[in-house]
Design a protein around this ligand. Sequence first.
Ligand code: URP
Ligand code: ZN
Ligand code: ZN
Length: 463
Amino acid sequence: MKKVVRGGTVVESTWSAAADLVIDDGKIVAVVAPGTAVGEPTEIIDATGKFVMPGGVDPHCHVGFTSGEFTSLDSYLECTTAAVFGGTTTIVDFAIPRPGQQPLDAAERQRAKAIEGLCDSALHACVVEWDETTAGQLATMAGAGIRTVKMFTTYAGETMANEHTILNTMQATRDLGGMVVIHCESDAIVTDAQNSAAATDGIDASHMSRTRPELAETAAVAAILAIAESQGAPVYFVHQSSTAAVELVVDARKRGLVAFTETVAHHLTLDDTEYAGAEPERFVCCPPLRSADIVEGLGRQLFTGNITTIGSDHCCYDTTQKQSHRHDVRHMPNGLPGVETRLPVIFSHYVDGMGLAPSRFVELTATNPARTNGLYPRKGSLMPGSDADIAIWDPGLEWTVTTGELHMATDYTPYEGRRLRGKPVTVLVGGFVVVEDGKLVDATPRGRHLRADPLDFSGAFHM
Ligand code: URP
Ligand code: ZN
Ligand code: ZN
């Protein structure tokens, strides 16, 4: 039976209007004027007074991620269930090799988990050290639709890659229709800042900001842009945390480089005063939360168009894990749970609170993440032919974020007690209603591993 989502305001990245969506066999098959007769037995989903948006695409989501002695706590089913409750219907996870493991092995292991998901997922590969097998592994992964490759300029001894490895990987991914997606912090500046904090005021979680200064980020962004420019390779900067970092990317674009900025929900909605609170360890992430001024400046970049995507950088650690080394941030698990809260906190703060256009919200959180990951227009769009992954939002619904009512596999949220306005109330995945009126009504794991198309940035899209 066909389904029709009727009576809502359809919000695409470039337009919004009163319209009905017709769904058949898991796909959108038509966008029609409100009330148009569809002419055969049809299930009606009432969206009166609601925004009908493409399901969110989270371009940065760690599932069951092992770093050092810690593994984040969620399974694919748990992570994607939380994602869907938060209006996200596609996640892009990372296959990060453990020391000694090859990128292809890491990708195969992580890819096998996709079928446990409630929604679809894609993967970023990861290269830590270049050897004579790496080019072949990257080609094999590109053939399997894994085209984006995560790299790190920090975390020495774990995932940090040197500049030779980064340059070689950029060259190879460029020729395979892929792209390096990179975490930029200068490891030398971070290590020095950590040592000096340890020798003076202390290295516990309350000193997190000082241990990873903004200069560490901008220095690494500048170095990586130079390597990308030398290779004419596209590059995507993950979790940029300040205007200074974003502006380096904007300037490179003006010189003709294909370069993208991702920022993440917590850098847009939380600031470093959290480190002065009672439980600073709950907010330890890399880069760290920045000052309120920097957060405000970064938020302004959403309106200028300089930011390409908003991710979550979801890492599902619990308070026991976060507390275990809180006296020394060098040994703590980094990252915050956020796959479920990414869209609601951004919608509430920026769309409801500051007038960001709903279409720009869709562009930042669904359409552009789909584009930069070779998933568009299958994902991130509601046009005919796209997957029927749909989030129906009640823009006026007021609610309070509280851990007990979230679905992430952890015992805290960095947003505990925050009042929000706007929430996805009904969510469809591949044409199936999975969440209805805020309740899980279909827990069938239909998740698929998505093969990314070769990346093509020649067409116009807002960067
Ligand atoms: O603090 C963070 N961001 N942890 C997750 C790993 C990473 O750097 O993306
Ligand atoms: Zn990172
Ligand atoms: Zn991350």
